[in-house]
Design a protein. Structure first.
Length: 278
């Protein structure tokens, strides 16, 4: 029987991992709440650590996140399981990824708007790889784009899942909040999307990712946000940080029109901020 130790702060994710361990008839030996417990569990041969970030461990380690379903986690945890190999050939096109520090930060909205911007001068394939909440089709009023390339304009296409082969200049991926997606390893640019709050700095410090830029969505000029942003800038002086102002009216208009800011609110500050990416 496979033995597992968990080191997961999020109760919902931990619950899904426990269900996944039970589904493969594994044994949850330790529910770790401290790194000392992980080190103690490391003394047991052939133990598997299930965690949410990079932690040195003597034996097998499986990294999970909230974007994964219990079934996906089960497949990852199976002893001696061969993880399905993710293969993608960009055929020389640039690979640009948007990924959220968490869910609900507007990653899909920013990905769509970026793709529309870049399609003004390049041929762009907009790809939804958010396994938990694939929303690009709904946001753009498209229907059944799984596994096919849907034409939005003469230079912009969309797909859900790995697109069928086509010639383009840029692939723009929406990864939801899956910060461990294998496509990140071959990305030319990575935009990490986040709201800013009291715990943003702590979450960034746990992250094993080097983004091209940190995109602060729903940004405003409150004293609290200014303070938290200053802390992030001090902790990560080399970070390229872009603020996208909160503009409810502009984004709502684009959402209602199943389109993007460049077509609905071209003069909005939010649109102008997104246009500076890349």
């Amino acid at each position: 029987m496979a033995k597992f130790v968990t080191y997961i702060a999020d109760p919902e994710l931990e619950s899904n991992v426990i269900k996944a361990i039970a589904a493969i008839k594994g044994e949850l030996t330790v529910r770790g709440v401290s790194i000392d417990q992980v080190r103690e569990a490391e003394k047991t041969p052939d133990m598997t650590l299930v965690c949410t970030r990079q932690i040195d461990f003597a034996f097998r380690r499986v990294i999970v996140d909230k974007s994964m379903t219990p079934n996906e986690i089960s497949e990852m945890l199976r002893p001696n399981s061969q993880q399905p190999q993710f293969t993608f050939n960009s055929e020389g096109a640039k690979v640009i990824c948007f990924v959220g520090l968490s869910g609900g930060v507007g990653t899909t909205t920013l990905t769509i708007n970026y793709a529309f911007e870049k399609s003004q001068t390049s041929t762009v394939m907009l790809v939804d790889l958010d396994g938990k909440n694939p929303d690009i089709a709904r946001a753009l009023g498209l229907y059944r784009i799984e596994g096919r390339n849907e034409k939005i304009s003469k230079s912009l296409f969309a797909s859900q899942g790995i697109p069928t082969p086509m010639q383009c200049d840029k692939f723009v991926f929406d990864l939801g909040s899956n910060i461990h997606h294998p496509i990140l390893e071959s990305a030319d640019e990575i935009y990490l999307v986040s709201r800013i709050g009291f715990n943003t700095l702590a979450r960034l410090q746990e992250l094993d990712l080097a983004p091209t830029a940190l995109v602060i969505n729903f940004a405003d000029r409150t004293k609290a946000q200014i303070k938290w942003l200053s802390q992030i800038e001090e902790a990560f002086p080399r970070f390229n940080i872009l603020r996208v102002p909160f503009d409810a009216k502009a984004f709502e208009s684009a959402a209602e029109s199943k389109s993007a800011l460049i077509e609905i609110a071209a003069n909005s500050l939010a649109r102008k901020s997104i246009a500076t990416l890349g």
